[in-house]
Design a binder for this molecule. Structure first.
Ligand SMILES: Nc1ncnc2c1ncn2[C@@H]1O[C@H](COP(=O)(O)OP(=O)(O)O)[C@@H](O)[C@H]1O
Ligand SMILES: [Mg+2]
Length: 373
């Protein structure tokens, strides 16, 4: 039997754990054509949840069409518009029909057929006749509005924080002005860079202020992981003690991707009796597999930021500003820490609730394992 666990990309079917409350809540917003700002840290499962919602909409035969627009890597308004157009075959799969509909609404854009060189599946190729001009944004979104006249539409902009990098004048304002008029479309703005998204959506003088219902998604609770993982192992006739799964979930601090990665390796493990040593070995393997990524991240930090991370580990994020705590990592002034923390918080490397915390549990363990002197 194929390993059911997966830690890259969207997880579907059996590999998808719970998120029942989220699905119920979000379906209500979709049915009511509300806009949603769906955010979480990276790899918590936003895209997988969206996929799951699409499936639900289909299974329940709701009269709602869905459009998923991946914005990761888009650098300009033109690329934003192209990403929407390239996804339109999700709503109308008959390309000829689609081309005709688009032809009527957009004069300077041409759609053709393309074949994905990797998967071989057909897609939509977009070309602009006379270069890009700003009226195209309105035309393309107007097309979505038109699609939504017959059937409601759910439009997902994944990795929406990318728009913060576009340089086109007034893009946010124009986008908002158009979206606001679409009564039959539920727009989902998804992303992971919290400070960028909150700046876009909650700063009063920004265009998107109060345009969407905010919906943060959290990690998955242990009580859901345990029966889910055990069931998948049982399918292979392998009984795993609840304690082992709990231990794994704890070590990953409930982080969805790391839990999956851990379970993936556990599935591949050939030990006849599973013990904590097995779990230890798998953890080390995970740290090693992320070595390059963590090293790059570490090397991108300033010396004071590095010291601040060590300080957080050393103090467990509490009472960090005491002189004796600072001295353990060769910092001498609280102001050095404050400045470093500002940047680390902005970059989502560190979180602050009551205490400070390194966001990525494996990054923290990696520092402890490989850099702890
Ligand atoms: N509901 C879930 N159940 C189990 N694992 C999940 C779930 N959601 C996400 N994951 C794990 O997290 C990884 C990242 O999920 P993804 O949906 O790409 O997150 P995001 O879009 O937030 O970055 C997946 O590859 C999977 O390993
Ligand atoms: Mg995603």
């Amino acid at each position: 039997m194929k390993n059911p666990f997966s830690y890259t990309g969207i997880v579907k079917g059996d590999a998808f754990c719970n998120r029942q409350t989220e699905q119920t809540d979000l379906l209500k917003f979709i049915k009511g054509s509300q806009n949603v700002l769906l955010y979480s840290h990276r790899r918590y499962g936003k895209s997988s949840l969206i996929y799951q919602l699409f499936k639900r909409v289909q299974r329940q035969r709701l009269p709602i069409d869905t459009l998923y627009v991946e914005l990761y890597g888009t650098l300009s308004e033109k690329e934003f518009v192209s990403a929407i157009l390239a996804g339109l075959n999700q709503i109308e799969s008959r390309l000829e029909k689609l081309v005709n509909r688009v032809k009527g609404a957009l004069t300077s854009v041409k759609l053709g057929m393309s074949i994905d060189p990797v998967t071989g599946s057909p897609g939509v190729a977009v070309s602009f006749d006379t270069g890009y001009n700003e009226t195209i944004l309105g035309d393309v979104l107007g097309l979505l509005d038109r699609f939504s006249e017959k059937r409601k539409l759910m439009v997902v902009f994944d990795e929406f924080q990318e728009i913060a990098g576009y340089r086109q004048e007034g893009f946010e304002k124009r986008l908002r002005a158009i979206i606001q008029q679409h009564g039959n479309i539920s727009y989902f703005f998804c992303g992971s860079q919290r400070h960028i998204l909150t700046e876009i959506f909650t700063v009063q003088n920004r265009a998107f202020y109060k345009l969407a219902q905010s919906y943060p998604i959290d990690k998955i609770e242990t009580r859901y992981y345990v029966p889910w993982a055990r069931k998948l192992f049982m399918k292979r006739g392998k009984k795993i003690k609840a304690e082992i799964i709990e231990e794994i979930v704890n070590r990953c601090e409930n982080h969805p991707m790391y839990v999956q990665q851990f379970l993936f390796y556990l599935w591949e493990n050939k030990d006849t009796a599973l013990s904590m040593e097995t779990v230890d070995r798998i953890e080390l393997k995970i740290l090693q597999s992320s070595h390059n990524e963590f090293l790059n991240l570490w090397e991108s930090l300033t010396i004071n930021q590095k010291k601040t991370l060590k300080l957080i580990i050393y103090t467990d994020g509490k009472d960090m500003f005491y002189a004796n705590a600072l001295q353990t990592v060769d910092l001498y002034a609280g102001s050095q820490v404050t400045r470093s923390l500002d940047k680390l918080l902005r970059d989502d490397i560190v979180l602050k609730n009551a205490d400070y915390k390194i966001q990525d549990v494996m990054f923290k363990k990696w520092i402890q394992t490989f850099l702890w002197k």
